[in-house]
Design a binder for this molecule. Sequence first.
Ligand code: 6PG
Length: 252
Amino acid sequence: MSPTVYAFDNTDALSAGLNAFVEKVSRDAIADHGKVSVAISGGSLPKLLAKDLKNNKNIDFSKWHMFWADERCVGYDDVDSNYKEVKTQLLDAIPIPASHIHPIQEAAAIAKNTEAAAQDYQKQLEAFFGASSLPRFDLILLGMGPDGHCCSLFPGHPLLQETHRWVAPINDSPKPPPERITLTFPVVNHARLVAFVTAGEGKQDMVQKIIEQPELNLPCQRVQPTSGSAYWFIDQAAAGQLKPSSYGRYKL
Ligand SMILES: O=C(O)[C@H](O)[C@@H](O)[C@H](O)[C@H](O)COP(=O)(O)O
């Protein structure tokens, strides 16, 4: 199924729309199963997400569990750490219990032991979701790279074919740093909801390709939740090459 695309006048409006969407996802998940599992990527996403969400008093963050969709193998304090970015932008400002925050294992990350970091992260997912079936996140929040990558799943990379592992190591990421771990497509596509968040004119060509040329089979286009839905939250600049019929407006 094609994703639903919402375009916003500017990034402030995008953050407001995303905040309303996440509030609803959180309410529905808590009503359904008492907690909310969220996985998030790095890049520009944490800031766009946190702008309004960090002040949202209608969300019961005590029920949230935060995971990473992909992570760079660096220490928690490193400028490249996705954990650090999400913590600084969002987690430090919301009442989420520390035990509900699930970063990758720092020792393995610092040692650049991507295999150990990936195996440990898979164990963390098994401990939370159970080991017998694929994890089913309530929400996976992803950015889009200018080459059409998402998570640390890059065009043409063998990891696109991974069908067994939930979390995979990567040592040759074309986007630095090269050592990372990433959720794999089986996990991403088992989520209830996946929301892409991207903004800026620099993204408009790739957004057009991904939304209007599905035959390209780029990583972002392989995100097709099997029993869930995919959404795009973009600003007008990123929507600049899209046909007006390709997107709609999110109703707050
Ligand atoms: O660790 C990372 O690098 C990311 O998780 C990556 O997948 C990111 O989300 C995209 O590259 C988009 O990044 P920008 O929004 O900064 O372009």
